[in-house]
Every structure is written in C-alpha cells, then in structure tokens.
Write a protein that binds this ligand. Sequence first.
Ligand code: HEC
Ligand code: HEC
Length: 225
Amino acid sequence: MMKKHIFKACIMIASSAVMLPLMAATQLTADINAGKTIANQGGGAVAPCMTCHGANGEGMGISNFPRLAGSSQYYLRKQLEDFKSGKRQQALMQPMAAGLNDQQILNVSAYYASLPTPNLTKPAVVDPAIYAAGEQLAENGDIARQLVACANCHGPRGIGLPPAIPALIGQSSGYIEAQLNAWQSGNRKNDDGGLMTEVASNLTAEDIAAVAAYYSSVRQTESTP
Ligand code: HEC
Ligand code: HEC
C-alpha cells in the first residue's frame, strides 16, 4: 500500500515540478556565466562555492560537501531557496544562500546544472556484502518490510529523475548518510509531500549504511565497485 501511494506521489511531484521553472522563466532569465563567476569567485559576503564544492562542482567527499555538478537547475534552486528561507537548515549553507538574491540563485543553479555529473574520483572502498545489501534495497526495495526501491524515484543506479528528484550517483557515502539521518531526526524537512521523511523513517542504521555505500561507489555502467 505504501509503495503505491509513494510512487504516485513521486510521479505527481516530478510532473508538477516541470511547470515551475517554465513559469519562473518568464520573470528571470538565467545567466550561466554570471553563475560561474559566483561559483569561482563568490560575491559580496558570499564565499566562492568552489572552496567547499570543488573546482568543478564535484564535491568533497571527505568533508561531506555534496556534488552539485549535473544536478538539475530546478533542484539546486529549490535547495538554495530553502536554505535562504530556513526551510532547510545547515550552519554553513544558510549564510551562503542568504547572501544571494533571486537572480544570483538562478544563475549559479544554472551554472552547476550545465556541468556533467562526475563519478567520484576516489570511490569508497566498500565491503562487498554491504554493497550487495545496498544494491538490493536501492534497486529492488524489500517487499516483506514494505520498503519501496529507491530506484522507483531516483532511477536505476541513482541517476536521478530531473527536475525534482536528485541523482545520488557521485555523492559521498558520508553525505548520503547524513541526509538520511537528518530526515529521520527531523533536521531536514524540506522535501515536498514528505516523501523522503517517510522513506527514511522506515530505514535501520544498517540500511542507511548499505545504501550509502552502494550509491557512493556504483558506476553508471558497471554492477560492482
Ligand atoms: C563553507 C563551505 C560551503 C560553501 C562556501 C558553500 N557551500 Fe553549499 N553546501 C555546504 C555543505 C556542508 C552542504 C551540505 C548541507 C547539508 O548537510 O544539509 C552544502 C549544500 C549545498 C547545496 C545542496 C545540495 C544538495 O544536493 O542538496 C547546494 C545547492 C549548495 N550547497 C550550493 C552552494 C552554492 C551555490 C555556493 C556558493 C554560493 C555554496 N554552496 C557554497 C558547504 C558550503
Ligand atoms: C517516493 C519517491 C522517493 C523515494 C522512494 C526515495 N526518494 Fe530520496 N528523494 C526524493 C525527493 C523528491 C528528494 C528531494 C527532496 C528535496 O526536494 O529536498 C529526495 C532526496 C534524496 C536525498 C538527498 C540528495 C541530496 O542531494 O541532498 C537522498 C540522499 C535520498 N533522497 C536518498 C534516498 C534513498 C537512499 C532512498 C531509498 C531508501 C530514497 N531516497 C527513496 C524522493 C524519493
């Protein structure tokens, strides 16, 4: 039952989100070059994004700074707006987003969306049994426990379902784990319809470690790390 409900909701979010950027585009037009300047040089009180998110938006796994490159403009913009409004809370990112106006948020989102999604340069070395458990849950779910497959929304191998559903491939295990724990504890609650809150609430710590290990090391074309 949960599976059906959540899958329908997922399609609804994915399709309604298509309309939003189109509507907003009548007011603001993205300037990718201006976005690149913010990413590399910052502006005003805002630090260059690259100091934490890497020279090409590839992220810094070791510090749990997420990959931005290749995420959709819609998703990145939504996250920045949520940090700015306080709907998504995080001590490092809230001041960054607060220092950007709507045009700058659009520009920098468009810039990172224009970059290719990289594989992590140094994929995590993971225990094959944990990887296999993560792959099983991510790609197939667990019917006995009524756990829906992450792939239903995030696509096979976590390639994402733009615009609303982010890719998980290329994110570090630490970042993925931190986000799932944040939803579980209620620290992150900016997901429309509470989809991720519901998903995360049904996961054990072992599930979280396993899917994080899987997504941080899966490649777009291979089935094992
Ligand atoms: C001082 C380090 C730092 C700087 C500088 C920084 N960020 Fe971040 N950013 C973070 C951290 C840490 C997170 C993860 C927040 C969390 O755990 O919720 C994050 C998350 C994000 C996310 C959410 C990504 C996702 O997948 O949900 C976006 C978008 C983002 N940052 C954009 C930017 C932009 C644009 C800039 C430059 C204007 C910037 N950041 C500068 C540290 C930084
Ligand atoms: C019903 C659809 C749905 C399912 C199933 C689902 N997700 Fe999500 N997930 C989302 C949506 C929508 C977002 C974006 C939330 C937002 O806008 O902040 C998201 C975001 C995330 C993020 C944050 C990515 C980032 O860049 O910050 C992680 C991590 C994540 N999901 C992991 C998982 C895992 C692991 C599973 C399976 C156990 C899963 N999700 C199942 C819909 C889903």
